[in-house]
Design a protein around this ligand. Structure first.
Ligand code: ASP
Length: 447
């Protein structure tokens, strides 16, 4: 029996008109049984997402006791949605309770979660589906980390009894019912957890674009739409900056091998991008599937003669990062050099100097070099490992465009080559790689 999970993003649910489209999508296929919703997003470019306003509300409640006027803006948005959809729900009382709770609880997580909660209640009523609060079925441990196993057990039992349900995305509960959110964009993870929990045949992730593109459309005009991706490629692309799907959304579905279909709420007939288990993925006939990247990294290179002979050299460096809770992004190494690539955001407020000092103390290096404002660009492709000369073409393309490569990192999976370039060369690097590998392929679905 086919069971589809549909997660709808903020733009898809930004207004009553958009929610009407969502209903038509659900009505057209009765196997679309479980719906995960985001908070209302932007209706136009300068609009403000409900979630962003809710974070501000929490701040106001902490600073001055009340979120007051700002909450009125949120109140108006939800009231307008309810009125335009003509939903029979006492939204005034629900909003009053919510405002009171935000002012009492004052945490970012609780306030931010209310966008999904309120939208979920309204949409459930509008669709005639049961509302299931995410706190009942998404569980975090005391450490704030998702408790994947108990979430799955609870979700399986609870949802087995419900035929059609709406579940708010983005949050769940810690012990003692403290509300905890995932990181931004986390409703994608909720969708994935629900898909696993009900053993779905498909996880449809409905958004405002036609799927993954082979490169960022803000940099490459009319890029190729990716028809099919393997789980592994998805993880590489989304982690490296392709922002269509949360980079952690793959984990719950990958063991159950549930395919994910990225679809466009505003163009539902477009097939979108299909993401399938690696074993079932035949590739898409291209050497390179996509290119993604991010700016603003710091590279710390540590040089020491005969470093390779020193047992525990890397561990000592990594334990400095661990001590300060700094995540490591990449770690390319040479014979007597080891570089660590870290997001510059995590080295603010004097932390960079402290880290360097501790590294000096830990390994007594000959030289430490620091480069800021570095961008990383990942060229990802399932087919890359089978094709000789891919790296050669990549580096030649970059040199032709006069881009200086600061570092190179190629994972042993050979599905990904990452280069570090200066921030200011980022766009040029991306364009030159796109031109080399992808520009000549036919775009089957016009963007
Ligand atoms: N509303 C949350 C955000 O803006 C979560 C989500 O949409 O996935 O990040």
């Amino acid at each position: 029996m086919s069971i589809k999970i549909c997660k709808f993003g903020g733009t898809s649910l930004a207004s009553a008109a958009n929610i009407t489209r969502v209903k038509a999508i659900l009505d057209s296929d009765k196997t679309r049984k479980y719906v995960v919703v985001s908070a209302p997003g932007k209706r136009f470019d300068d609009d403000i997402k409900i979630t962003d306003m809710l974070y501000q509300c929490a701040k106001l409640s902490r600073e001055s006791g009340k979120c007051g006027k700002l909450f009125d803006v949120i109140r108006d948005r939800f009231t307008e949605i309810v009125n335009n959809l003509q939903v029979d729900i006492d939204i005034k009382s629900i909003l009053d309770e919510t405002e009171k709770a935000i002012d009492e609880i004052k945490t970012d997580d609780f306030a931010a979660s209310r966008g999904e909660y309120l939208n979920g209640r309204i949409i459930a009523k509008y669709l005639g589906f049961e509302f299931v609060d995410a706190c009942e079925i998404v569980k975090f441990g005391e450490n704030g980390i998702l408790d994947s196993d108990s979430t799955n057990d609870i979700m399986e039992k609870k949802l087995a009894k419900i035929q059609y349900a709406v579940i708010p995305g983005f949050y769940g509960a810690m012990p003692f019912d403290h509300v905890k959110t995932f990181s931004r964009g986390g409703s994608d993870i909720t969708g994935s957890l629900v898909a696993r929990g009900v053993k779905a045949t498909m996880y449809e992730n409905w958004t405002d674009v036609n799927g993954f593109y082979a490169a960022d459309p803000r940099i490459i005009a009319n890029p190729l739409q990716i028809e099919c991706l393997g789980y592994h490629e998805l993880r590489e692309l989304s982690y490296m900056g392709a922002s269509v799907l949360h980079s952690e959304a793959i984990f719950p579905v990958q063991d159950s091998r549930i395919p994910i279909n990225i679809k466009n709420t505003f163009e539902p007939e477009n097939p979108g991008t299909m993401i399938v288990p690696d074993e079932e993925y035949k590739g898409n006939g291209h050497t390179v599937t996509g290119i993604a990247g991010k700016k603003n990294f710091t590279v710390i290179s540590i040089e020491k003669s005969n470093m390779n002979a020193e047992i525990g050299f890397a561990r000592k460096i990594l334990s400095v990062l661990e001590r300060y809770g700094i995540p490591l992004e990449h770690m390319p190494s040479g014979i007597d050099t080891l570089s660590i690539v870290i997001s510059s955001d995590t080295l603010k407020n004097g932390l960079k100097d402290k880290v360097i000092l501790r590294i000096r103390e830990a390994v007594n290096p000959d030289k430490v070099t620091v480069i800021d404002s570095v961008a990383t660009v990942a060229t990802v492709g399932h087919g890359m490992c089978k094709v000789k000369g891919t790296a050669g073409r990549l580096f030649t393309a970059l040199s032709r465009s006069n881009v200086n490569i600061l570092l190179i990192d190629q994972g042993s999976s050979e599905k990904n080559i990452i280069v570090g370039v200066k921030n200011e060369d980022y766009e040029r690097a991306l364009k030159s790689i796109y031109l080399e590998f992808l520009a000549h392929h036919e775009n089957r679905f016009k963007v």
